[in-house]
Ligand binder design. Structure first.
Ligand code: ZN
Length: 307
């Protein structure tokens, strides 16, 4: 059941972009929930093209290929298998014709565990590690059966089932959650980001909106949750709501981590977002939580404070 639209959203841009570092949680410049500004086609100057070096390009490791069922492989119920079965689709086959740019001699972190495979439940996406290809889309999107602020929100099947369990467990404890945002396509993010650039320039846009291909929401494994009553939606004060406290205490049990914990901005590139959850599966979520809850650190990736 949709919530009444909250006029407070409109205040977001006026608050000053510096106050918000929404990790791509922000949608259209007009405010979250609104349609991505149509007709953004003019200036969609593929922002990230060339901006990111591709450390994974040389990944010609003898991958156990065959897991070509992109997206659907790892058994949803047994998330622990996601990392072990390393369902690596053959790495970015974009054969580098030109000599590879200079890069550190260190092996690309996370290559073995599927952290660079967009179809893996353990994929890492941040400002230094976009999805490859940039317009990658999941093949197993479904609509979770949970209350949401708007219709049509989808997640990858394993994440959707886990979200249903999370919401049901919360409800059993008397906490009413609402799904605020879920999967967002490359095209949607492109329009959204372009809209922000038009309004605030690229630097301003980067503070509130992820560049296309760099939003964890594009994996289909990330979702933003809120309190059903709409209090503190997409605001840091969500952590102090009953819903926020419940989520912080129980997300891991259902296979999610708070992706951008407080105080980790220098590593994740985003300020604290108590509402943004990333699905990992119960085993990996517990493991990551046990070592501090920051994916970059847990998986051996360097800090990614910026593009
Ligand atoms: Zn988010």
């Amino acid at each position: 059941m949709p919530l009444p639209r909250r006029p407070r959203r409109a205040v977001v841009p006026a608050l000053g972009l510096a106050a918000l570092l929404l990790a791509g949680c922000t949608t259209a410049p007009g405010g979250p929930g609104g349609p991505a500004t149509p007709g953004a086609g003019s200036g969609t100057a593929s922002p990230s093209a060339g901006a990111v070096t591709s450390p994974a390009r040389g990944g010609s490791s003898p991958a156990p290929t065959g897991a070509s069922t992109a997206g659907g492989t790892s058994a949803p119920g047994s998330p622990a298998s996601s990392s072990s079965t390393a369902s690596r689709s053959t790495a970015p086959a974009t054969a580098s014709s030109s000599p590879a740019p200079p890069r550190s001699s260190a092996p690309a972190p996370g290559a073995a565990a599927g952290h660079r495979d967009p179809a893996s439940l353990s994929v890492l996406v941040n400002k230094q590690n976009p999805l490859r290809p940039l317009d990658w889309a999941p093949a197993d999107l479904v609509t979770p059966d949970v209350p949401a602020t708007r219709s049509g929100l989808t997640l990858r099947a394993p994440a959707a089932r886990a979200a249903e369990e999370l919401f049901a467990a919360a409800a059993a404890d008397g906490v009413d959650l609402s799904l605020v945002s879920a999967y967002r396509s490359h095209a949607y993010q492109q329009d959204t980001y372009a809209g922000w650039v038009r309004q605030h320039g690229r630097a301003g846009a980067d503070r509130v909106s992820a560049r296309p291909g760099h939003s964890e929401h594009q994996t289909g494994l990330a979702l933003d949750v809120g309190a059903r009553d709409g209090s503190c939606t997409l605001e840091t004060c969500f952590e102090d709501t009953r819903a926020g406290r419940w989520v912080a205490a129980h997300a891991v049990e259902h296979g999610f981590v708070i992706r951008y914990p407080a105080g980790s901005e220098a590593v994740t590139g985003y300020s604290y977002e108590p509402w943004h959850l990333r699905y990992l599966g119960t085993a990996e979520a517990a493991r990551v939580a046990a070592v501090g809850g920051v994916l970059e650190t847990a998986w051996g990736f360097p800090a990614a404070p910026g593009y």
